[in-house]
Design a protein around this ligand. Structure first.
Ligand SMILES: Cc1cc2nc3c(=O)[nH]c(=O)nc-3n(C[C@H](O)[C@H](O)[C@H](O)COP(=O)(O)OP(=O)(O)OC[C@H]3O[C@@H](n4cnc5c(N)ncnc54)[C@H](O)[C@@H]3O)c2cc1C
Length: 383
């Protein structure tokens, strides 16, 4: 079969790209080695934080704002709840600058971008934090908070499922459980070799997540580092503490011991919390997918007990996921240097999901030659 575009990987970025291309009438196919949404890539675990003032850099702000618009459009089209604007609290015990996602002062840059883009936010002192958010404990008199009411969380599995269903409705051909083995270019197109046969297309967009490095070779194998991340759901002892204002949270620590988490979801009596680990990295096919009791205990003792009130050490659920990280924590969205007609989308570095709907839209607009596509030029492969 021949298509205008084949999208490899139907996770966060693949689903968004398929939906946006199919909606525009492009003859498009998606293939995935599994059957998304699934829990073997980088887009599972119920929730992803989304923000508007993006501390990772100004280039991300228009993408986040576009994505918020698209989540709402998708909700209207599907009837599914995808985006909860429950607010976001970024907390720190001191005004000392804290590194994060490639920046030297993550909170400072977030606040500066909120000012620059006119994004509603407030800065809270220790007393205001204590009064408004009793679920966060152990903060001294120098604590400072950045609160953004338009931030919140997106539901990744639902968002992927909705976009794939809408893509299919709009005519996209979806091939789940179909593994791409090799790409081969020819005059005017690309052959996608899979275990089940060969498809061809004028363009291929590779959204293979943590497998991009292994599949695409060239510089990608060394440029994209895959690191194991752990998600924990601890049961609440005092749910009343989380019944009031319950934002998503990023707790910054100058010693790089930052963590982030989510309020209880409707019907759940647990908080989800995670830290970021860049040391435990390697081959995506050899990822240790089970979380040990020792890892849960370490998480609770280091991050939960000192910082969160009313949370027990009972672990209700855990999950392993993976970041695909570039050296500067930026996205990589560019043409493959050795395979003409192949676009590589590696947009994780731990902060991709919130932008996925907008990146899919920008790629589709670019492919269709539409004006006004969001600018992706900050995300090119360094030479
Ligand atoms: C623990 C964790 C927490 C995160 N928290 C946040 C957050 O709070 N906010 C935020 O914005 N972002 C967050 N992120 C980042 C975000 O989730 C990722 O950037 C995003 O989900 C990556 O999407 P993707 O499409 O690149 O990868 P995936 O969704 O994993 O999709 C890749 C797809 O490619 C398929 N595939 C791979 N190889 C092949 C092949 N050979 N043939 C066919 N198909 C193939 C896979 O099966 C998979 O379905 C987090 C990530 C993790 C792991």
């Amino acid at each position: 079969m021949h298509y205008d575009v084949i999208v490899i990987g139907m996770g966060a970025f693949g689903a968004a790209t398929l939906y946006q291309l199919a909606k525009r009438g492009v003859r498009v196919a998606g293939i995935d080695r599994y059957s998304p949404p699934h829990n073997l890539g980088s887009s599972h675990g119920d929730t992803r934080i989304t923000r508007q003032a993006i501390g990772e850099g100004a280039a991300y702000v228009p993408l986040a704002l576009n994505a918020h618009r698209i989540w709402r459009e998708l909700e209207a089209r599907s009837g599914e709840s995808l985006f909860n604007a429950c607010g976001m609290l970024m907390l720190s015990d001191s005004r000392q600058a804290t590194r994060g996602h490639g920046t030297t002062d993550f909170a400072g840059q977030t606040a500066a971008l909120a000012q620059r883009f006119g994004i509603a936010h407030s800065v809270l002192d220790a007393q205001q934090i204590r009064q408004r958010f009793p679920q966060f404990s152990g903060y001294g008199e120098h604590a400072v908070g950045y609160y953004e009411p338009g931030a919140g969380y997106v539901r990744p599995e639902r968002a992927i499922a909705v976009q794939l269903a809408l893509a299919r409705d709009a005519g996209a051909a979806l091939y789940p459980d179909t593994q791409m083995l090799r790409l081969e270019t020819f005059e005017g197109g690309v052959r996608v070799h899979t275990a089940q046969g060969t498809l061809t297309a004028g363009r291929v967009i590779s959204c293979a997540g943590m497998w991009n490095g292994k599949l695409l070779q060239d510089r990608y194998a060394s440029y994209l580092k895959v690191s194991r991340q752990k998600l924990f759901w601890f049961e609440l002892d005092q749910p009343a503490l989380y019944a009031g204002e319950a934002p998503v949270y990023i707790i910054l620590d100058a010693d790089a011991d930052s963590c982030y988490g989510f309020p209880p979801l409707p019907g759940e009596n647990a908080i989800k919390i995670a830290a970021e680990d860049y040391e435990d990295s390697g081959d995506p096919d050899l990822l240790q997918r089970v979380i040990s009791q020792a890892e849960a205990d370490a998480m609770y003792d280091k991050y939960v007990a000192p910082r969160m009130a009313g949370v027990s050490r009972r672990l209700l659920k855990s999950s392993v996921c993976a970041y695909t990280v570039t050296p500067d924590f930026n996205f990589l969205i560019d043409e493959h240097p050795a395979l003409p007609g192949v676009t590589v989308v590696s947009a994780c570095s731990g902060h991709g999901f919130k932008h996925s709907a907008a990146v899919g839209e920008a790629l589709a607009m670019r492919y269709c030659g539409e004006d006004g596509a969001a600018d992706l030029s900050s995300f090119t492969l360094p030479s």
